[in-house]
Ligand binder design. Structure first.
Ligand code: KIV
Length: 287
């Protein structure tokens, strides 16, 4: 377990590049206080209160259903745990698409909920929003490649930048995000060589998910890492635990014990002292 050395800040993350000899950034999603405490105790650098909460916690098929209020609710829970990690609030779909003013107000809601910065999906067309946020002193993490909020526009959750021309567009997007003021950029679902080229092309850290080993950090979804469910997992996920099996084993043992009467036992129950038991016995027998 990597030791945690105090709460991480945006400037500390912004300067971290593996090519300069820095450690790669370890980022994980979390949506509640126990998850945030576990991430912090494990020495994770960044917690993303991701809109993936829609799919892994709230049962939706995509991320489009969650609102700023939903992300703020989960951000507050994470922040209450006071983790030694940078907390990133994910701007959900439609919270940064309508106008610059709405974008800044929505981001402020996440900052007031306890995030230190926000993340938003998209390339060059998001530059005006990013500039306005930076101008309002709200640090921004970019996110390019497979952007799940574009699921319908992409025709599904598809790897991006497979064609040379599209790969070059992604590099230009990443450069534009850096230029607009992003302090880090998530690269999701893109070929290894393209992620490597972006990582070389920008001075801010890149954090990959399904983008190969040459990024300045990696991010995965909490529920995927822990195997909390065993539904479809993309090939880039590495499971570090099988919590679904251990959870079901534990819950079935509990149900068996309830049904057999083995739970609760005397030690798991509260008892009257002898004097009160006697008095209660008299009362119970009508005395
Ligand atoms: O919401 C999320 O979990 C994300 C990560 C996949 C980067 O955006």
């Amino acid at each position: 377990m990597a030791p945690s050395s105090g709460k991480l800040t945006v400037p500390k993350i912004a300067g971290r590049k593996v090519r300069d000899g820095d450690d790669a950034i370890a980022m994980i999603t979390a949506y509640d206080a126990p998850g945030a405490r576990a991430a912090s105790d494990a020495g994770i650098d960044i917690i993303l209160v991701g809109d993936s909460v829609a799919m892994v916690v709230l049962g939706y098929d995509d991320t489009l259903q969650v609102t700023v209020d939903d992300i703020a609710h989960h951000t507050r829970a994470v922040a209450r745990a006071n983790p030694n990690c940078l907390i990133v609030g994910d701007l959900p779909w439609m919270s940064f698409h309508v106008s610059v003013e709405e974008t800044v107000r929505n981001a402020a809601t996440l900052i007031r909920a306890g995030a230190q910065c926000v993340k938003l999906e998209g390339g060059r067309k998001r530059v005006p929003m990013i500039e306005a946020l930076v101008d309002a002193e709200i640090p921004v993490m970019g996110h390019v490649g497979l952007t799940p909020q574009s699921v319908h526009a992409m025709g599904g959750f598809r790897v991006q930048g497979r064609q040379a021309e599209a790969a070059v567009e992604l590099i230009e997007d990443a450069k534009a995000l850096q230029h607009a003021g992003c302090f880090a950029i998530v690269l999701e679902g893109i070929p290894v060589k393209v992620a490597e080229a972006i990582t070389d092309a920008v001075d801010v850290p890149t954090i990959g998910i399904g983008a190969g080993p040459h990024c300045d950090g990696q991010v995965l979804v909490y529920h995927d890492v822990l195997g909390i469910e065993d539904r479809f997992v993309p090939k880039f996920v590495r499971r570090y635990a099988d919590m679904k099996t251990s959870t079901i084993d534990a819950l079935s043992a509990y149900a068996d014990d309830v049904r057999s009467g083995a739970f609760p036992n005397a030690e798991e129950s509260y008892h009257l002292n002898d004097e009160q038991a006697e008095a209660f016995g008299l009362y119970g027998s009508g005395g």
